[in-house]
Design a protein around this ligand. Structure first.
Ligand SMILES: Cc1cc2nc3c(=O)[nH]c(=O)nc-3n(C[C@H](O)[C@H](O)[C@H](O)COP(=O)(O)OP(=O)(O)OC[C@H]3O[C@@H](n4cnc5c(N)ncnc54)[C@H](O)[C@@H]3O)c2cc1C
Length: 469
């Protein structure tokens, strides 16, 4: 995932949430502005970042409404046999200057580097894919660069036919496109083009996992906030001077401004009625971005039966796009736990299968590579597509669409209905740090709006400036 944070972003992060434990609240928001109520819909990392940034600069009345009975959203640390396991985000993508790595460092949250080159890949039947086939992959990308707007699937078909690739090379290329592209963007290569996957930025540094769980980050952000769980917002009425939010149970919250951080999938499903309706540009952004699927199958065994020091295990099966990648969590936790991935259409398809069927396919894949498997002790299976508070895993830009749509999704309506969340970040969508930074951006917009609202002459005062430092 892309990261290359702007200097402004780093400054905001440092001043608000990491080095600003000692924020000087007495000279921040104006007295009038900080009395105003700010409603935030969603207690994922974007909503929590916005709320904690606003609290840090003196806004007293920040209410976070969350539909689930837990915070964190797509950051969700569960446990498997008593050991933390992340069912949503796992990695900090690029640790150098990444605000999430900064929060971890400031709070003594352990992170461990991961090395994707420390991998073993097996063909169907268990033969190691040890001959270098990099030339096949580089050849494909040179071809794709000549047709940047065409679907990668169409290009794959043309490339393998024109180059008359051997079966194993063709299977290897399909495997690389599945694990490196479809898992990354949570969408099939038929829905992606080179230009549709090339709009983001990469953050420098290696990637890292949090062995104690990603929720340590959201727990930190949530501390001291007014978070109301079990509040599924169904209506946001912004016709009057106050914004009125109604929840499924009939509860009502009036606020001066609202930050909507629900996932793109929830916006697509029309779960929230906006009154008046959202502008056409916003609907276009919602429709033209894609909400992808990446699902995890986490398995705890009695003992390790795979190469214990290899971080990634690849499987080039007879059916491309299925059970191709497994993370060996033993490397980081010393527990016999594997995390297997399925993305795109197959990731969505398995959601209709029973747990027993999914476990059966997972174990068959492992047996194909290693001959036999140890007894399975516990399993956790995600179904993000069917999750009514997400309707998918994260956003992507489909073939034919444009990265500009992330910016359109981020635009405020009437200055006081604001949008944050991973899908609103123009450089780092689909990531935790993108969601976090979008929340900080929304907090800045809230501060600016409220200071203008409470000071009619629009003189900018300290809280919005502080959020920009
Ligand atoms: C399987 C998976 C793996 C991932 N892996 C990584 C990774 O390794 N690294 C990485 O950087 N990113 C990863 N991501 C992406 C990352 O998790 C997200 O980009 C990020 O957590 C999104 O945060 P958010 O605040 O935008 O949205 P969310 O975390 O989804 O927060 C939105 C909140 O809104 C709530 N909500 C929804 N509807 C309503 C409603 N009507 N009323 C009130 N509340 C509502 C939701 O319950 C949720 O809590 C992964 C995601 C998934 C699903």
């Amino acid at each position: 995932m892309a990261h290359g944070l702007s200097a402004a972003g780093i400054g905001i992060t440092g001043s608000i949430l990491t080095s600003c434990g000692a924020l000087r609240t007495h000279h921040q928001a104006t007295v009038e502005a900080r009395r105003e109520r700010v409603a935030i819909v969603g207690a994922g990392v974007a909503g929590l970042a916005a709320a904690s940034a606003l609290r840090a600069v003196g806004f007293d009345d920040v209410v976070v409404l969350e539909a689930r009975d837990r915070i964190g959203g797509r950051i969700w640390t569960s446990n498997i046999g008593g050991h933390p396991i992340d069912l949503g985000a796992s990695w900090i993508h690029g640790v150098d200057g990444n605000p999430i790595a900064g929060i971890a460092a400031d709070n003594d949250i352990q992170i461990l580097p991961t090395d994707y080159d420390n991998a073993s890949t097996y063909f169907h039947g268990g033969d190691a894919a040890n001959r270098s086939r990099d030339h096949v992959v580089t050849g494909f990308w040179s071809f794709a660069r000549q047709h940047p707007r065409e679907s990668l699937h169409a290009l794959y078909d043309r490339y393998v036919n024109a180059s008359n690739l051997a079966d194993e090379d063709r299977q290897y290329l399909a495997y690389v496109l599945n694990t490196a592209i479809e898992h990354e963007f949570a969408a099939d290569i038929g829905d992606l083009s080179l230009s549709s996957i090339s709009g983001g930025e990469d953050w420098p540094g290696h990637d890292a996992l949090l062995p104690g769980g990603y929720s340590q980050i959201t727990e930190f952000l949530a501390s001291g906030l007014d978070i109301r769980t079990g509040q599924a917002v169904t209506r946001i009425d912004y016709q009057g001077t106050e914004v009125v939010l109604t929840s499924a149970g009939g509860d009502r919250v009036d606020a001066a401004t609202v930050v909507v951080t629900v996932p793109l999938g929830v916006l697509k499903e029309g779960v929230i009625e906006f009154v008046p309706d959202l502008p056409a540009t916003k609907h276009r952004a919602i429709d033209s971005l894609g909400m992808g699927v990446l699902n995890k199958t986490c398995l705890q065994f009695d003992e390790v039966f795979w190469p214990e020091d290899v971080e990634l295990i690849g499987h080039i099966g007879t059916k491309p796009g299925r059970w191709a990648e497994t993370v060996n969590l033993f490397v980081y936790t010393r527990q016999p736990i594997l995390m297997m991935f399925n993305a795109g259409a197959y990731g969505a398809q398995i959601e209709a299968m029973s747990d027993a069927q999914i476990k059966g396919e997972a174990l068959a894949t492992l047996a194909d590579m290693f001959g036999s498997v140890a007894p399975l002790r516990n399993a956790l299976i995600t179904r993000w597509q069917s999750d009514p508070w997400s309707y998918g895993s994260y956003s992507y830009v489909p073939v034919g669409s444009s990265w500009i749509q992330h910016e359109e999704l981020a635009k405020p309506i009437d200055d006081r209905v604001l949008f944050a969340g991973e899908a609103t970040h123009e450089d780092f969508p689909a990531t935790v740090h993108g969601a976090y930074l979008s929340g900080i951006r929304a907090a800045r917009e809230v501060a600016t709006y409220l200071e203008q609202r409470t000071r009619p002459l629009g003189k900018r005062t300290s809280s919005s400036r502080l959020l920009e430092q």
